[in-house]
Design a protein around this ligand. Structure first.
Ligand code: 5RP
Length: 229
């Protein structure tokens, strides 16, 4: 029986096969990506460098001697490798458990190919068991929370929760914003819900990655690594 970390490592290692030579690589955020960064370091002579989706990832890349480039000066990003909190069979995802969703969405938008690395516990039929992270400008947090509550249906209560850091401090993203983790969503139509939430005033972005879904899913399972497109 493989542990979740062993399945993550298997997916992260397989992702090396998708890294082109002499390219700049987009790198996401999270524990699965941290394993990928360690693998990437073993072939760092083959890549020009990386564009990072968070301060945490930047620190890890630099610590392993992988040059970090500003996305604004990169014209071509053939591949972006990132994890997911949930991914469905259409390769739509919920992301943002680590709070890096906005920069992740920007890097993903630029990349030609989004490669999602995950273990089998993340693979679901319907998104929404994992609370949906929504990054908000701090002054809009109560307004956005009320708008999200309006998505409740008879018998299904949608419940946004302000993400806290340690103690009684509110969690702040790398962009200085807050996160609402929205519980109780049963996401039958991820593409339209992503659009709907993003047009609420004060929302920076939400953790649905459906309009820009993954192109490839590398899934670590009990029976080996599966590649899905
Ligand atoms: C961070 C993310 C991560 O990709 C997501 O939370 C998955 O993380 P992990 O690999 O630790 O399970 O979206 O904002």
């Amino acid at each position: 029986m493989l542990t979740q970390d062993q399945m993550k490592l298997a997916a992260a290692t397989k992702a090396l096969e998708f890294i082109p030579d002499d390219a700049v690589i987009g790198v996401g955020t999270g524990s699965t990506v941290n394993l990928f960064i360690e693998q990437l370091a073993t072939i760092k002579h083959r890549v020009q460098g990386a564009v990072s989706s968070s301060e945490a990832t930047t620190a890890r890349l630099k610590a392993l001697g992988i040059p970090v480039l500003d996305l604004a000066v990169v014209d071509d990003l053939p591949v972006y490798v990132d994890g997911a909190d949930e991914v469905n069979h259409y390769l739509h995802m919920i992301k943002g458990g680590g709070g890096a969703l906005t920069r992740e969405k920007i890097v993903a938008a630029v990349a030609k190919e989004f490669i999602c690395i995950a273990d089998e516990t993340k693979y679901v039929t319907v998104l929404g068991e994992f609370p949906l992270p929504v990054e908000v400008v701090p002054m809009a947090r109560s307004y956005v929370a009320r708008q999200m509550e309006r998505l409740s249906k008879p018998g299904i209560r949608v419940h946004p929760e302000l993400r806290m850091a340690s103690g009684d401090k509110v969690f702040q993203t790398d962009n200085g914003n807050y996160i609402l983790d929205v519980h109780g969503l049963n996401i039958a139509e991820p593409v339209s819900l992503e659009t709907y939430i993003n047009q609420i005033a004060g929302v920076v972005t939400n953790g649905l990655f459906a309009q820009r879904r993954a192109d490839v899913l590398i899934l670590g399972t009990q029976h080996g690594v599966e590649v899905k497109r």
